[in-house]
Design a protein around this ligand. Structure first.
Ligand SMILES: CC(C)(COP(=O)(O)OP(=O)(O)OC[C@H]1O[C@@H](n2cnc3c(N)ncnc32)[C@H](O)[C@@H]1OP(=O)(O)O)[C@@H](O)C(=O)NCCC(=O)NCCS
Length: 176
């Protein structure tokens, strides 16, 4: 699974994929705080809880030279069709056998953006979830990112009921 990808726009970094565990929680929390404004970022406690409860639903991109995580996707299995704000803060709602994966984070460190890392992460994550027998990927995003996710096979399902961070979100889904 840990297929290497070559950075598209620079030859400086080779990226590989890996599944993190709770020892990575500090590094992943720091990346979360770098990538999202405070009202949208998940707390270090929630990152750690999710890592402990469902490490197999995380996928990290690491720089093979520095060993640092430069991006990740994290999901949450559920039988529900849409993300609710409670999922961001309550791991008790996690249903390991749920057919759908609620994606609660897609992020790439600013120094590594524009090199196709998010795209490669998403393609790998789709394969991984399909191999696990999951049916659908579901996420919420700002309107400015709808086109970005449509490139990866997601469909715009309209305005979301989520008010996470006091923001307006759009539901998107991708059947695997
Ligand atoms: C959104 C994000 C994950 C993209 O990461 P990235 O590694 O730079 O994305 P990629 O290089 O794989 O981009 C793939 C394509 O999408 C386009 N794209 C990248 N960011 C985009 C954006 N914000 N809006 C629209 N298109 C975008 C790229 O131009 C690229 O197209 P190209 O191949 O024609 O050049 C990154 O900017 C990020 O972490 N942002 C902050 C956190 C965030 O908002 N996450 C999304 C939560 S819903």
């Amino acid at each position: 699974m840990n297929e290497n990808i070559q950075n598209k726009k620079s030859h400086e970094a080779t990226i590989y994929f890996m599944t993190p565990d709770k020892r990575d929680s500090r590094e992943l929390s720091e990346l979360e705080a770098i990538c999202f404004p405070p009202n949208e970022a998940c707390s270090p406690e929630m990152v750690e809880k999710r890592l402990c409860a469902m490490p197999e639903l995380w996928l990290c991109a690491r720089d093979s030279e520095t060993g640092k995580t430069v991006g990740f996707i994290c999901g949450y299995a559920s039988s529900k069709e849409r993300i609710t704000d409670e999922m961001f803060v309550d791991t008790a709602l996690y249903e390991p056998d749920g057919a759908n994966i609620m994606i609660l984070g897609v992020e790439v460190h600013p120094d590594y953006r524009g090199r196709g890392i998010a795209e490669a992460l998403m393609e790998e994550y789709k394969s991984k979830m399909k191999a696990m027998g999951k049916r659908k990927l579901v996420l919420t995003c700002h309107d400015r990112l709808i086109g970005f996710y449509e490139r990866f096979g997601f469909k715009d399902m309209g305005l979301s009921g989520s008010k996470w961070g006091g923001e307006t979100w759009y539901d998107m889904e991708c059947v695997l």
